[in-house]
Design a protein around this ligand. Structure first.
Ligand code: AMP
Length: 383
C-alpha cells in the first residue's frame, strides 16, 4: 500500500478524491465538518508542490443533467475562504479541454455525479479521470464503500494510486478499536431496524463486552419476550435476535417512553417494557434504563456508538439519546461515534469536542466494522 505522505508529488498532477458531500441549504453549507477534515490533505499536497485536482460527489443528482442544487460551487467558495493564499479555480467542463494547472494551484471539479456512468463505475469515465492526472489519491473515507468511477475504477488506468491521510487515520482508528480495544468495551447500537444493522450487530457482538441497545433495534429484541404494542419491530428477525441474546452480552431496556397511538396527546408516558399495551408505541428509553446504561458506560474504557436510542427528531422522545450521548461525552474512555443520524445528534447537542473520535463516514463506517475491510483498500494494496 502506498501512502500520500511517502510519495513524491513534486510537479505531479494529483487527482484527490475527497468527500465534500456536505449539507447545503440555498448557498449555505450547514455543516462543514467533512470539508474541514479534508483540509490537512489539501495542505499536504500544497506542501509537496503538487498540481492539485480535487474531486467529490454531492448528493444524488441525475447523471448527465446539471442541477444547481447539487453543484460543488459553494464548497469551492468555502475552500477559497479557508485557503486565502492559494490560487483555487472551479472547473465545470473538465473533460472538454486539457486542464492547465501549476504547482500549488488547486482545481475543484464540479460534482462527479453529473458525469454519466460515475455511480456504475463506468470504464470509459474511469479512464477519463485517470487521463487528467499522474497520481490518484483516495481520501474519501465516507465514500470508500462505494465502487464508483472516481473512487475505484480510476485505479485501473493510473500508474500510481495511494491512500490519503484522512482515509488512513479513519481506518487506523477503527482497526485499533476492532482488534485491540481497551476493556471493558461497550457498544451502543440504536436506530430503526435490526435488518439494516444485522451484520453490524453480529460483528460487534464478537468483540464487545457489553452491548446497549435502543430504538427500533431494542424493540425487536424486546419483542422476543414481551408484547410491545404498536412499536416498530421486525418479526422476521426475532429468531436471529434470540440467538444474539444467548451471547448474554446484550443489555436490554427495562422501561421506555411510549406514545399512545390513538390520541392526539403526544406526551410520553414511562412504562415498564413488560407492560406495553396494544395501542402504545415505544419511542424512547425510560429513566431506569438510562440509569442502568449510565452505570455500564461509566465503567467502559472503550465506547463505540451508532444510532439514536429513540426518535430523537421529536423533542419529547429525545431524552434517552441526549442523556446517553452526554454520558459518552463525559466518560474518560476512548469514544468513537459514526453514522449520519449519530453525528446529527452529536451536532445538535453540541458534544462534538467531547467525543474522542467522530468518523466522517456513515455507510463506510458501518461496512468497515462489519467486514473489517473495504473494496478500495484491497485495490490500493495492489500498487
Ligand atoms: P438508523 O438509520 O437505523 O440509525 O435509524 C435512525 C432512525 O431511527 C431515526 O430517524 C430515529 O427516529 C429512528 N428511531 C429510533 N428509535 C426508534 C423507535 N423506537 N421507533 C421508531 N423509530 C426509531
Amino acid at each position: 500500500m502506498l501512502y500520500m505522505k511517502d510519495i513524491d508529488l513534486n510537479n505531479k498532477k494529483v487527482f484527490i478524491r475527497l468527500d465534500f458531500n456536505v449539507p447545503i441549504k440555498g448557498n449555505e453549507i450547514t455543516s462543514s465538518e467533512r470539508i474541514d477534515r479534508s483540509i490537512p490533505t489539501i495542505q499536504l499536497a500544497i506542501k509537496k508542490n503538487a498540481k492539485i485536482i480535487l474531486a467529490s460527489h454531492l448528493g444524488r443528482p441525475k447523471e448527465g443533467t446539471y442541477n444547481k442544487k447539487y453543484s460543488l460551487f459553494p464548497v469551492y467558495q468555502y475552500l477559497k475562504k479557508k485557503l486565502p493564499k492559494i490560487n483555487i479555480i472551479f472547473c465545470k467542463d473538465y473533460f472538454d479541454n486539457p486542464i492547465q494547472i501549476k504547482s500549488k494551484q488547486i482545481i475543484v471539479l464540479e460534482n462527479v455525479r453529473f458525469n454519466i456512468g460515475e455511480t456504475k463505475n463506468n470504464i470509459t469515465l474511469s479512464k477519463k479521470y485517470a487521463d487528467l492526472c499522474d497520481i490518484f489519491i483516495m481520501d474519501a473515507f465516507a465514500t470508500a464503500h462505494r465502487i464508483e468511477s472516481s473512487t475505484y475504477g480510476i485505479c485501473d488506468f493510473v500508474k500510481t494510486a495511494c491512500m490519503g491521510p484522512l482515509l488512513h487515520s479513519e481506518i487506523k482508528i477503527l482497526k485499533k478499536i476492532l482488534y485491540q480495544p481497551l476493556r471493558p468495551m461497550v457498544t451502543i447500537v440504536g436506530g430503526a431496524k435490526v435488518s439494516t444493522k444485522f451484520q453490524l450487530l453480529h460483528s460487534l457482538l464478537k468483540i464487545t463486552d457489553t452491548m446497549l441497545v435502543g430504538g427500533g433495534i431494542a424493540n425487536t429484541f424486546l419483542s422476543t419476550r414481551y408484547s410491545i404494542g404498536k412499536s416498530l419491530h421486525e418479526k422476521n428477525f426475532q429468531k436471529q435476535a434470540k440467538k444474539m441474546l444467548e451471547t448474554k452480552k446484550i443489555s436490554l431496556p427495562i422501561d421506555s417512553r411510549v406514545k399512545i397511538t390513538d390520541t392526539v396527546n403526544s406526551n410520553p408516558k414511562i412504562k415498564s417494557v413488560s407492560m406495553i399495551e396494544s395501542n402504545e408505541e415505544i419511542l424512547d428509553i425510560g429513566d431506569q434504563t438510562i440509569q442502568k446504561y449510565k452505570k455500564i458506560i461509566k465503567k467502559a474504557k472503550t465506547i463505540l456508538w451508532n444510532g439514536p436510542l429513540g426518535v430523537f427528531e421529536l423533542p419529547n422522545f429525545r431524552t434517552g439519546t441526549a442523556k446517553i450521548a452526554s454520558y459518552i461525552a463525559n466518560s474518560s474512555s476512548f469514544s468513537i461515534a459514526g453514522g449520519g443520524d449519530t453525528i446529527a445528534v452529536i451536532d445538535l447537542l453540541n458534544l462534538k469536542e467531547k467525543i474522542s473520535y467522530i468518523s466522517t463516514g456513515g455507510g463506510a463506517f458501518l461496512e468497515f466494522i462489519e467486514k473489517q475491510t473495504l473494496p478500495i483498500i484491497n485495490r490500493l494494496n495492489q500498487f
